[in-house]
Design a protein around this ligand. Structure first.
Ligand SMILES: Cc1cc2nc3c(=O)[nH]c(=O)nc-3n(C[C@H](O)[C@H](O)[C@H](O)COP(=O)(O)O)c2cc1C
Length: 286
C-alpha cells in the first residue's frame, strides 16, 4: 500500500500472523535511476521477510532490471496491474496494462528470463474484466509468461465498493496451476477463511482491513491494546516520523474511539503527546 506498507507496518503485521508482505508500489523507472528514491522508498531489515517488492512498470526492460537489482534481497517482485488511478494510468502503469495483454506478458517474460531461478517469485496483481472469458485469457497469458503467483482484486476498473466477483476468482483458481491470491473487502479472519474456502485460493491479500486491524489474522479485535502497544514500540525502535505513526493510529482507532476522543487524538502534534494520551486511556500498555 502506497505510503502505508513500509517496513514498520510490515513488522507489525508480521507479529500478528501475516505470512507475506508486499511493499508499497514503487515506480520502476525511479527505482532504477535514482539511488535516493531507492533509499527513501525501500527500507528493509533482516527480519523483513518474506517480502515481495511491488512495482509500476510499463517496459519489460525495466521490470527485468528491478528483478536483477533485487534478486537475493527479497523473495520476489510484483507487477501492479490492479491500480485504476488516473495519474498511474496516464503513465501507462497499473490496470491499463490489462488492456495490453501482449505488453503485460512481455514485461513478465523479460523479468523471468532475467532471473530464471523459480525460487525468486515474479508475480502480478490484476483486477478482473466484466467478461469472464477475457479475464481467464489474461490470467492464462500471465501464467504462460512465467509468473509464479497472481493476485486478483475481484473488481473491474470502474468498480470501488462493489461486491467482489468471487465466481471469477474461483474460475481463475481452477484454470491456473500457479497460486492465486484473493483480494477485496476482507475485514476479519472469518472473511479471510470464507474467501479461502469458497474459492480454493492459495492466499488472501488484505489492504484496508489490515490498516484498521493489523491483528486481523491473529483474531484480534479492532483497537486491541497489544497491537497498539506493539505499533508504538516498533515506531520508537525504528524511529519513524510522527506523521506516519499518527496516521496509522488514526486508522487503527477509527472505529474504536468516541467522536470527542477522535477529535482530540487527531489534533495531537507529537509522539510524546500521542503516547501519553493513549496510555492515560489504556489504549496502550507501554
Ligand atoms: C491507502 C491504500 C494504498 C494502496 N496502495 C496499493 C499499492 O501500492 N499496490 C497495490 O497493489 N494496491 C494498493 N492498494 C489497493 C489494495 O491493495 C487493494 O487492492 C484494495 O484496497 C482492495 O482490497 P481491500 O478491500 O483489502 O482494501 C491500496 C489501497 C489503499 C487503501
Amino acid at each position: 500500500m502506497v505510503r502505508y506498507s513500509r517496513l514498520p507496518f510490515r513488522a507489525l503485521c508480521r507479529k500478528f500472523n501475516v505470512d507475506v508482505c508486499f511493499s508499497p508500489m514503487l515506480i520502476s523507472d525511479s527505482f532504477i535511476n535514482s539511488a535516493s528514491a531507492r533509499d527513501a522508498d525501500l527500507r528493509s531489515n533482516a527480519e523483513d521477510g518474506p517480502l515481495v517488492v511491488q512495482f509500476a512498470a510499463n517496459k519489460g526492460e525495466d521490470f527485468a532490471k528491478v528483478a536483477q537489482m533485487l534478486y537475493g534481497h527479497c523473495e520476489g517482485i510484483d507487477l501492479n496491474c490492479g491500480c485504476p488511478q488516473r495519474w498511474v494510468n496516464a503513465l501507462n502503469y497499473g490496470d491499463i496494462l490489462m488492456k495490453q495483454p501482449e505488453l503485460l506478458a512481455d514485461i513478465v517474460l523479460q523479468a523471468r528470463r532475467a532471473i530464471p531461478d523459480s525460487e525468486f517469485s515474479i508475480s502480478v496483481k490484476t483486477r478482473v474484466f466484466d467478461d469472464l472469458h477475457t479475464t481467464i485469457e489474461m490470467a492464462r497469458r500471465i501464467e504462460k509468461a512465467g509468473a509464479t503467483m497472481l493476485s486478483i482484486h475481484g473488481r473491474t476498473h470502474g468498480e470501488r465498493d462493489h461486491p467482489v466477483r468471487i465466481e471469477t476468482i474461483s474460475t481463475i483458481v481452477e484454470t491456473l496451476s500457479i497460486p492465486v491470491n484473493y483480494n477485496g473487502s476482507i475485514r476479519t479472519r472469518e472473511d479471510a477463511q470464507l474467501a479461502y474456502e469458497s474459492t480454493g485460493v492459495g492466499g488472501v491479500m488484505v489492504a484496508r482491513g489490515l490498516l484498521h486491524n493489523p491483528g486481523l489474522f491473529d483474531d484480534r479485535r479492532l483497537g486491541d491494546p497489544e497491537v497498539l502497544t506493539e505499533w508504538t514500540k516498533i515506531a520508537l525502535e525504528l524511529g519513524i516520523p510522527y506523521s506516519s505513526y499518527h496516521k496509522h493510529l488514526m486508522y487503527m482507532l477509527d472505529k474504536v474511539t468516541t467522536r470527542p476522543e477522535t477529535r482530540v487524538f487527531n489534533s495531537l502534534q507529537s509522539m510524546l503527546q500521542a503516547v501519553s494520551w493513549l496510555r492515560e486511556r489504556n489504549y496502550i500498555y507501554c
